[in-house]
Write a protein that binds this ligand. Structure first.
Ligand code: FAD
Length: 409
């Protein structure tokens, strides 16, 4: 299908270049290894050498584009995910973990962290979730109190991607618990701060560096605060509103690979003296998979285009809402459209990705369950995408809230 309306010629060149890189640097190393930490660190170095991490930071701090170009990030995630979900995770987390700094860090903090994210010298994290606060982000219990020129942090963070291998953590903590979500602040905690303890690594159904850590009287300089006290929830929302579209893009990469595997298997495998592709039931299954995937692609590409377009409008000064940062918040008038588009893209692409991969496995019969087959790997890898960065149910909450607001107005 022709998606030229959503992309510039440079995006098509980028997708082709990424595919060459992924075939030579990622695919040969995509077999799961006992030590997924070593594999994760290896992917970071390869992504850095290939220049791909430069796509998640602004040009003035070592990046490629003046501001985050969502379409590029989506194309890179989609291209990596088709070969290795772990490589995709390592790329994506450099973006998710550094974007709060891009949005709201002081010049000094940006200079300290962003060039290192782009070069792969520093590994980033985004630390929001806690044992008692997952979907309910405003319910976090981690506290940060100001003492002189420092913040002192107390709390536990769980399900944090890159915990244990990261160099710094963007921690969301309450500086004023009485203010609820308005009392949340975002603070950068370097891994070697006293009071930072990695408590455990968590094992998931597919390779993903993830763990839990504790902050016990953990002291960081006050200059590590991003934006002002109380702006953490807004930084969190702006980050997720951009990056959740890219989760949809990763789901596309996984599902497109599954469809290719299923199509090729159906043409080869014979039963009852015919190839599987001669059974209409299976041909119809392939047709539905392809059609649903195309719908998912359109939603993801459109959402990414919208976000890039809003940023361009903001740069042009049309109704811009400056965040006093290197990046700009999207224009106020289109904010509802952006929120709807990114949640719909994430919801539909990840749910569709799961269905497509499930059917691809079904077409493989028992072979699809064998460890080491591509569809078996994809079946395990897609599952997390319906949960992280807001579950499917939370996306439906966001979408319905916007609809009901619209109905009132
Ligand atoms: C692979 C992976 C990587 C992750 N990486 C990070 C990371 O880097 N940083 C980070 O901070 N977090 C991370 N997370 C955590 C992730 O964001 C949370 O798991 C997610 O937000 C859901 O929270 P929970 O697991 O506590 O589930 P819960 O919030 O307890 O939800 C349980 C179930 O209830 C449903 N539910 C909850 N509230 C509602 C509601 N209001 N209406 C309807 N249904 C509801 C949910 O949809 C879900 O089905 C990661 C998780 C995974 C699996």
């Amino acid at each position: 299908m022709n998606h030229t309306a959503f992309f510039e010629p440079e995006h098509r060149a980028l997708a082709a270049e990424l595919d060459r890189f992924a075939r030579s640097e990622v695919e040969p190393r995509s077999a799961e290894e006992a030590d997924d930490t070593a594999q994760a660190l290896d992917f970071i170095q390869r992504l850095a050498r290939g220049g791909w991490l430069r796509y998640v930071v602004p040009r003035s701090f070592g990046g490629v584009h003046p501001h985050l170009d969502l379409r590029s990030v989506c194309l890179i995630r989609r291209g990596l995910a088709r070969y290795s979900s772990l490589a995709d995770t390592m790329f994506a987390m450099q973006g998710l973990g550094s974007y709060p700094i891009t949005l709201a860090g002081s010049e000094k903090i940006k200079q300290r962290f962003l060039p290192q994210v782009a070069s792969g010298e520093a590994i980033a994290t985004f630390a929001l979730t806690e044992p008692e606060a997952g979907s309910d982000a405003a319910g976090i219990q981690t506290r940060a109190r100001r003492e002189g020129n420092e913040y002192v942090l107390e709390g536990t963070k769980k399900f944090i991607s890159n915990a244990g291998i990261a160099d710094f953590y963007v921690v969301f903590a309450k500086t004023d618990p009485a203010q609820g979500r308005k009392g949340i602040s975002a603070i950068v905690v370097e891994k070697d701060r006293p009071g930072f303890h990695m408590t455990r690594k968590l094992e998931l159904i597919a390779p993903h560096p993830i763990g839990e850590f504790q902050l016990e009287g953990c002291r960081v300089p006050a200059e590590n605060l991003l934006g002002r006290e109380g702006e953490g929830y807004s930084i969190l929302l702006q980050t997720l509103e951009s990056f959740r579209t890219t989760v949809g893009a990763a789901a596309l990469g996984l599902a497109e690979r599954a469809l290719e595997e299923a199509t090729s298997y159906a043409k080869k495998r014979k039963q009852f003296g015919k190839t599987l592709s001669e059974f209409q039931g299976l041909r119809f299954m392939l047709a539905e998979m392809a059609t649903e995937l195309e719908a998912a692609r359109l939603l993801v590409f459109q959402a990414a285009w919208n976000l890039d377009q809003a940023r361009r409008e903001a740069e042009a000064g049309a109704d811009s809402t400056s965040t006093e940062t290197g990046d700009r918040a999207p224009t106020r008038t289109s904010h509802r459209t952006l929120v709807l588009a990114s949640s719909m893209a994430k919801l539909f692409a990840t749910e569709t990705g799961q269905k497509v991969i499930d059917r691809a496995l079904q077409i493989h019969g028992g072979t699809g369950l064998l460890k080491g087959t591509v569809v078996e790997r994809l079946y395990r890898e897609i599952r997390a995408l319906r949960i992280y960065e807001g579950t499917s149910e939370i996306q439906k909450e966001i979408i319905s809230r916007q609809l009901l607001k619209g109905a009132d107005g």
